[in-house]
Ligand binder design. Structure first.
Ligand code: PHB
Length: 369
């Protein structure tokens, strides 16, 4: 029976265990410039015993930003800042992938170049609320539908982001295709009403995601690229008329490309961890899609140590990603392995601020001292 503490081959890497640190937005980059800094390096290094760390979602361009103080990977200063992070993680024996992010319509003109409108597959306004650059929560604006000719430049931003991630010393990249951000907006027909080659059929709606993946593969090779997806997720106002057909196609295409892993979110974790509510009757993503992908399958969303052990033991997934538990437990693998109690997390310090609720959660060793 497979154990959480058995090693795992992901692409051409060997992970020491099957506990993954999920990508977590923390809004603590240095301002101005959305630059990773020493505090972020300390936070990630504290969590280096994870089998793999996936960085917080990181915008590939100014247009790709949708929240205050999320880091980017499009300026030389950001690349230098991320180098602090990757060096600190590697010094502790860890491995870290960068998550490449474009938010699409989940933005506000205050984040955009020249205060333009956020871009999307179609001019459809999300009904939830958005954070402006000065941290106010307001209604969304109606995004501007991208022209077909604009997509090539965004794909180039994915490629540059992947190159910058390499320069910054990451071990690979994860393409963020989940949670209602740009690539997911193209995938799902609730947000994609286009009539060009990027809209309509499943093949057309999946085109942008697959082209972005191909850019990442050009830079890194297939062994160092993963993709995150969230079928049936409703966070950021998402919906699709036939998610099983759509995501089955996407998984088959990713399988043909033989990328290192897919990282799929269970929809029971309502609002992408933004709430502690659990949808008990949600369909099981891993049960629906695991068999379609031959590489490593990472599952995320509302896991406890017990359900994670079970999921890996019965082969439903190869590895499990933890988000909220990783915020509060820098030494999560050691705690799970020894059966120690877990620190509770404080939701009030998830987003923004500095050390408090970020680098001050104790390890078991610190508790014993
Ligand atoms: C968030 O900032 O709330 C956020 C970012 C990326 C996700 C999910 C949530 O995939």
């Amino acid at each position: 029976m497979t154990d959480l503490f058995d090693s795992l081959t992901v692409g051409n890497l060997t992970l020491n265990n099957r506990i993954i640190m999920a990508p977590l937005t923390r809004m603590r980059s240095q301002q101005p410039g959305n630059i990773p800094h020493a505090l972020n390096a300390r936070y990630y290094a504290q969590r280096a015993s994870a089998g793999l760390i996936i960085s917080e979602a990181t915008q590939i361009s100014q247009q790709g930003q949708g929240y205050p103080a999320t880091p980017g990977i499009h300026s030389p200063e950001q690349v230098a800042g991320w180098k602090l992070v990757t060096d600190a993680v590697h010094e502790q024996g860890g491995k870290i992938f960068l998550q490449l992010w474009h938010v699409g319509r989940i933005s506000h003109s205050s984040h955009q170049p020249e205060n333009g409108m956020p871009v999307a597959p179609s001019a459809i306004k999300p009904t939830c609320k958005v954070f402006t650059a000065d941290w106010k929560q307001v209604e969304y604006e109606t995004p501007r539908a991208l022209e077909t000719e604009e997509i090539a430049a965004i794909l180039q931003d994915y490629k540059t982001g992947a190159e910058n991630a390499k320069e910054a010393g990451f071990d690979g990249v994860e393409v963020h295709g989940a949670n209602g951000y740009l690539l997911d907006q193209f995938l799902q027909d609730g947000t994609n009403h286009r009539d060009d080659v990027y809209g309509g059929s499943i093949e057309n709606r999946a085109r942008f995601l697959l082209e972005a993946v191909d850019m990442a593969v050009q830079v890194w090779g297939k062994e160092r690229v993963g993709v995150r997806l969230s079928p049936h997720g409703t966070f950021n106002d998402m919906s699709d008329s036939d998610p099983v057909a759509l995501f089955s196609y996407v998984l088959e295409q990713l399988n043909n490309r033989a990328i290192a892993y897919v990282h799929m979110i269970e929809p029971r974790a309502t609002s992408a961890g933004g709430s502690d509510a659990v949808t008990h009757d949600a369909p099981s993503t891993s049960q629906l899609f695991r068999r379609l992908f031959d590489g490593a399958f990472i599952s995320a969303g509302g896991y406890t140590p017990e359900t994670a052990k079970q999921t890996v033991a019965d082969g439903t997934a190869d590895a499990v990603a933890f988000g909220r538990l990783y915020i509060a437990n820098p030494d999560l693998p050691e705690r799970i392995q020894s059966g120690a109690a877990l620190n509770p997390y404080n939701r009030a310090t998830f987003y923004g601020g500095a050390e408090k609720g970020y680098t001050d959660y104790p390890t078991l060793k610190q508790e014993a001292a």
